[in-house]
Unconditional design. Sequence first.
Length: 147
Amino acid sequence: MLKGFRDFIMRGNIVELAIAVVIGTAFTAIVAAFTSAIIQPIINSIGGQGAADGLGFRILSDNPDTFVNIGAVINAIITFLITAAVVYFIFVVPMNKINARFKKGKEETLAAAPTDVELLIEIRDLLKAQHDGPLPTTVKDSPTDTV
């Protein structure tokens, strides 16, 4: 029972998924800090002080609790795009290249191995050549028409 669980856990997809979740979670904090410390001040410098924080509108003009904060949505989109790009280029692309190398190596070894039919044809040809050619001295007494 534990062996089956271990085999399930050690499958490539499960391990890759666990690594992606852990690294993605850790990296999200870095990207969120980058967005709030670098991207948001750039937006503020273009649109004025607090432009990223105040980018939005109020549903009810006299109620500040009805403010729809579009700046926060833009920051979340930027954070997501940066996280997705880094995960893709640092983890997915190299992993795909590694998997392609392994598959290429396996295909070459499989292509190099002869099939059963090829082996049988080769054995048939060798037996036929042996039968048609001079027989070895130890086989002269045996019948030759069994091939």
